[in-house]
Design a protein around this ligand. Structure first.
Ligand SMILES: *[C@@H]1O[C@H](CO)[C@@H](O)[C@H](O)[C@H]1NC(C)=O
Ligand SMILES: *[C@@H]1O[C@H](CO)[C@@H](O)[C@H](O)[C@H]1NC(C)=O
Ligand SMILES: *[C@@H]1O[C@H](CO)[C@@H](O)[C@H](O)[C@H]1NC(C)=O
Ligand SMILES: *[C@@H]1O[C@H](CO)[C@@H](O)[C@H](O)[C@H]1NC(C)=O
Length: 376
């Protein structure tokens, strides 16, 4: 008995200390990781933002595409638009767009429940003609647009390697047709965005001393550098980007800009070489040219889904990798119970323990950081 107890006790202590060590490592990993890459960056040649400058004629070639579908009257000049919401979608993703319209991209819901005007547009290129020789997808898109009036499309091939072209499309469209929007958000079509929380956050940001200016917020990547393996999707050649580290940028899955930043970035693009196809990195380059740095927000998620739990929904803003589950998640994340789940000291304790369990779980990394489990 005694011996057995000793062994169990020892075992327990081992498990406990391993857990403590692991959580320590996890909390400091970011810092450590940044420090290591930063020192590498420090010793390498540093990024020069002026090396992307080209003549306006050269720059125009990157964005010189014809509109196939457009809605120039989406924002009326007299209208106070709070948020312009671009969803980067691919022609064939009909289901995803339906899901978004029925949930977080429902303009009339947002108007009624949150009292602000949001304009939702899906941004598309054309289906690769090799995969759609009879243009069936294009016909379906036209029908879809006749029902919903919310697609904008230009005649470039919709592909991963043309994402920067899509980025330019968004900035130019905003400048030409909705430059009064106070905020702009660019999102993927597999995202979940908690609109009530996002709108509240932006309203608070708008009340700060500097108003709704100089804002660029999302999941921030610092000191990440180009991938040099040719087989990797994110491969960037040294000719295209010779330095070892990118300027800071927000992950392209979802980020928000204030009006002034969006318009200045658009202006910067008028003289920049947009060959670099990784759109969020290119956006970082544009921002570095105008001297704007991104702000990290704890509730813009990484690559993974956020754990499904009311204790997380209360402050969540984005979550990545959603397709079939938008409706259920929207129902539960916006239900009134979420607002009271952490009330009282018992509620607080319960939620803080629950979040620690969910966010500090090594299988759930890359959603929200473990560091914030207790500081909701
Ligand atoms: C490069 O960035 C700096 C600061 O970030 C800025 O002041 C400068 O104007 C930029 N250079 C160019 C050519 O835009
Ligand atoms: C959007 O919300 C409105 C009001 O809440 C609702 O009547 C409508 O059915 C919703 N639209 C979709 C596509 O679900
Ligand atoms: C990007 O779009 C251009 C213009 O339509 C097209 O020529 C090119 O093939 C596209 N690139 C890819 C990788 O699809
Ligand atoms: C833009 O950059 C690419 C490589 O990154 C280069 O091949 C091309 O010549 C540049 N274009 C201009 C107009 O300088």
């Amino acid at each position: 008995m005694y011996r057995n107890f000793r062994i169990q006790h020892l075992h327990f202590m081992q498990v406990l200390s391993t857990c403590l060590l692991l959580s320590g490592v996890m909390v400091y990993w970011d810092t450590l990781n940044n420090a290591v890459t930063a020192s590498y960056f420090f010793f390498g040649p540093s990024f020069r933002n002026d090396s992307f400058v080209v003549s306006p004629e050269e720059a125009r070639k990157f964005s010189d595409h014809r509109y196939l579908i457009n809605h120039v009257d989406k924002c009326l000049k007299s209208e106070d638009v709070f948020l312009l919401l671009f969803v980067k979608s691919s022609p064939k993703n009909f289901q995803r767009r339906e899901g978004i319209r029925a949930t977080w991209g429902n303009e009339s819901y947002i108007k009624r429940e949150l009292g602000v005007s949001v304009k939702v547009l899906f941004v598309l290129g054309v289906q690769d003609p090799g995969h759609d020789p009879k243009m069936l997808v294009q016909q379906q898109l036209k029908q879809e647009d006749q029902r919903h009036h919310d697609l904008i499309q230009q005649d470039f091939v919709d592909s991963f390697y043309n994402l920067t072209v899509k980025l330019l499309l968004q900035f130019n469209w905003m400048h030409d047709h909705c430059s009064q929007a106070r905020f702009v958000i660019s999102s993927d079509d597999d995202m979940f965005i908690h609109m009530p929380n996002l709108v509240r956050y932006l309203q608070e940001a708008g009340q700060q001393a500097d108003g709704a200016r100089e804002l660029w917020v999302g999941r921030v990547f610092r000191n990440s550098g180009p991938v040099r393996w040719k087989t990797n999707k994110y491969y960037v050649s040294p000719e295209m980007y010779p330095w070892s580290s990118y300027p800071p940028y927000t992950g392209g899955a979802a980020y928000v800009l204030s009006r002034d930043v969006a318009l200045r970035i658009r202006e910067a693009t008028l003289t920049l070489n947009a060959t670099l196809h990784i759109d969020d990195v290119f956006m970082g380059i544009c921002a570095s040219v105008i001297g704007v740095t991104p702000k990290a927000h704890n509730f813009f998620s990484g690559e993974r889904k956020t754990p499904y739990h009311p204790c997380v929904y209360k402050r969540m803003i984005t979550s990545h990798g959603h397709e079939g589950d938008l409706r259920e998640l929207w129902e539960s994340a916006t239900s009134p119970e979420v607002q009271t789940v952490d009330s009282g000291s018992l509620g607080l304790l319960y939620c803080s323990m629950t979040r620690t369990r969910l966010l500090c779980n090594p299988f759930n990394l890359n959603t929200y950081s473990c560091k914030i489990a207790n500081i909701f």
